[in-house]
Design a protein around this ligand. Structure first.
Ligand code: AMP
Length: 194
């Protein structure tokens, strides 16, 4: 999507993990909540996004990934965009049963530098634990385990689901069948984006 539509990809989770790894003041503030699978404060993530969307690479538009996660964040985002004379064009709602997620999440391995992700069963790398493209080692996210996933899902149902209703009222939500294969979901994304 990023390449096809010349957009920048802003993933708050990736930005926060980089800040935690670099032990920046932002990372130090965010770490505790992230380790527990809870959301970090709205103020913190809104600040990150406010700064990021002003970058020249985001001029043509951006994909927000993992943001907004609360209605407060959504309203602040809408206000920020309004100031720039733009708005959220499309919301892709990847709908999936919680029960399907545990196997997907606990088998996931990531190549942090590129964001490529693999799955031990569904999308294994050619050599176990190694990125196909660079030959570098893959890592598992600290919060990609069944225990922390329970808190992440609880946060999703309580705090993030209302964000979908917020954007449904604006008529911009496309709901996708995320339990299908990666190939089928890719087709649904293309159709939703037109
Ligand atoms: P993710 O990579 O999107 O799964 O995010 C990993 C963790 O980062 C989440 O469990 C939260 O602790 C934190 N996080 C990421 N994005 C947000 C957000 N928009 N609001 C609050 N916390 C966030």
């Amino acid at each position: 999507m990023k390449e096809e539509y010349c957009l920048c990809h802003l993933a708050t989770g990736d930005m926060l993990r980089a800040a935690v790894a670099a032990k920046t003041p932002l990372g130090i503030k965010a770490k505790e909540a992230m380790d527990k699978g809870e959301l970090v404060s709205d103020e913190l993530v809104v600040g990150i996004i406010d700064e990021a969307i002003k970058k020249p690479s985001c001029e043509k538009g951006f994909i927000l990934d993992g943001f907004p996660r609360t209605v407060v964040q959504a309203k602040k985002l809408d206000a920020m965009l309004e100031k720039q004379g733009v708005k959220v064009d499309k919301v892709l709602n990847f709908e999936i049963a919680d029960s399907v997620l545990e196997e997907r999440i606990t088998g996931r391995w990531i190549h942090p530098a590129s964001g490529r992700s693999y799955h031990t069963k569904f999308a294994p790398p050619k050599v176990p634990g190694i990125d196909d493209v660079t030959g570098e080692v893959l890592v598992q996210r600290k919060d990609d385990n069944a225990n922390v996933l329970r808190s992440r899902l609880a946060a999703f149902h309580k705090q993030t689901k209302p964000v979908i209703d917020h954007y449904k009222q604006k008529g911009v939500v496309n709901t996708l069948h995320a339990e299908k294969s990666a190939k089928a979901v890719t087709e649904e994304i293309k159709e939703a984006l037109g």
